[in-house]
Write a protein that binds this ligand. Sequence first.
Ligand code: ZN
Length: 130
Amino acid sequence: MTPLAFPKPPSRKSEKRAARQVRRTQIALIRRKVGQRDRRCRVCGEGFGYGELTPEMHELTSRARLRGRPPEEIFNMTNCVMLHRRCHREVTERRVSLAPVDPAQGANGSLEVLRARAQQSIGKMAQVKF
Ligand SMILES: [Zn+2]
């Protein structure tokens, strides 16, 4: 059989499927690495467990804000932290704000944790030593 002079390009659908696979792989890799770095919740400083204490990965700059960027720009060690499910909800519902003390270090350095109401820093507890 002679090869086609103009082979059919990969379909948009199969390209999208491949891109989702790359993204999922990156998320899984970073979740594992962030889980090894953050042995305690970066909001409250307590250890992880089950139910409300289940570890969840949070992106400091949200994936919605970084929409369209390559997965490694969203899911990396400087942008991702591990939080309890309950603490993650506090952050996503904006009752708690999380910001890196040093933007260059991002999540690899200390985070400032602020309660929305009192705007009182509880950052000391959430700092991790490296
Ligand atoms: Zn927590």
